[in-house]
Design a protein around this ligand. Structure first.
Ligand code: NAP
Length: 309
């Protein structure tokens, strides 16, 4: 319980201070990176900046160019990537994507796996992590689930909070890599536990988001301007970094996704599947599911548009 609360208290949705120290020597582990979405690109960039030799693969090949320019090698398939690297990191959407990356025709499991450490940083179900951990063990590799809290800003500045499930020795081996992407990396227990912690945190994220959106809608209905309300909130005792960042998104009326609304629907449903059945979470799930039809590709705070309609 203590380490979970420590995680919560270290969550930062704010712009972290980033100090970049160029390494004196090249880091020796060769890293493979799969999944170059909103999070994957800035996270992989942190490893290149830290002088790791990084090979990337993305399903849509056009997204690989920016990493290639920074010095990454490109793998045609996950199979080629695992053959060329020691540690493989996966940052993709959901359980379906994990199935394809691991078990697809040219997936990770189609290559020789012995001795590799495979780290899944995606937000997925604890059950798929337990399944992949067992399959990795059969193949002589080690699987860690290591989902992250924080969003694109934190990924860009190496300030994510990383929660890990899986083998302790492997965790200690890759901790220096994780710490290039995060301000903390904590192991909570065996495979799947990182995913459970992440789903708990994202249920709070959903509540914060709907709470902020409803507060703004109510105040606007009563004639108070959004800027004025946020000025009061952000200078008061209930101020938090999330309110500051997402408040700015509402004022700017620009809902380009840092964390797409459809992803919080995924996470609330994953939490439901493992037993989250509490009043606020149920309400939030209904709200975000209703909003997803119109605003699923936008940032999750676009739920305010649904509440205003
Ligand atoms: P995203 O921008 O939607 O990118 C998703 C990535 O997954 C893309 O590289 C995509 O490839 C790949 N992918 C999807 N389906 C695939 C499949 N079937 N096979 C192979 N690759 C597939 O997502 P994101 O925002 O980076 O989030 C990635 C993960 O981190 C999610 O689990 C999300 O819940 C979690 N997360 C996100 C945030 C955030 O603020 N964004 C914060 C914490 C955690 P293509 O380019 O080919 O589509």
């Amino acid at each position: 319980m203590m380490s979970f609360l420590r995680l919560i208290n270290n969550l930062s949705f704010f712009f972290g201070t980033f100090v970049y120290h160029k390494n004196e020597e090249m880091n020796t582990q060769k890293i493979g990176w799969i999944g170059l979405g909103n999070m994957g690109i800035p996270m992989a960039e942190q490893l290149i900046k830290a002088d790791y030799a990084v090979t990337v693969y993305n399903r849509s090949k056009d997204k690989e160019a920016v990493l290639k320019e920074m010095g990454a090698s490109i793998a045609e398939t996950p199979k080629d990537l695992v053959a060329a690297t020691d540690v493989v990191i996966v940052m993709v959407t959901d359980d379906v994507a994990i199935e394809q990356v691991f078990k697809g025709d040219d997936g990770l499991f189609s290559a020789e796996n012995a001795g590799k450490i495979i780290i899944n940083m995606s937000t997925v179900s604890p059950s798929i992590s337990k399944e992949m951990a067992a399959l990795c063990q059969d193949k002589g590799s080690i699987y860690l689930d290591a989902p992250v809290s924080g969003s694109v800003k934190q990924a860009e500045t190496g300030q994510l909070v990383i929660m890990v499930g899986g083998d302790e020795t492997a965790f200690n081996e890759v901790k220096p890599i994780l710490e290039k992407m995060g301000k903390m990396a904590v192991r909570l227990g065996e495979a799947g536990v990182g995913n459970v912690a992440k789903l708990a945190i994202n249920s709070l994220l959903a509540l914060y988001t709907q709470g902020l959106a409803e507060t703004v809608v109510f105040a606007n209905q009563q004639g108070i301007k959004t800027e004025d309300l946020l000025n009061l909130i952000n200078n008061g005792a209930i101020a938090n970094v999330f309110t500051k960042i997402k408040g700015y998104v509402i004022v700017a009326d620009n809902y380009k996704p840092a964390f797409a609304l459809k992803h919080i629907v995924k996470d609330l449903n994953l939490a439901k599947a493992i037993g989250l059945d509490l009043p606020l979470a149920k309400t939030a799930r209904n709200t975000f599911e209703a909003a997803a039809a119109n605003y699923g590709e936008e940032d999750l705070i676009a739920v305010i548009k649904q509440l205003k309609a």
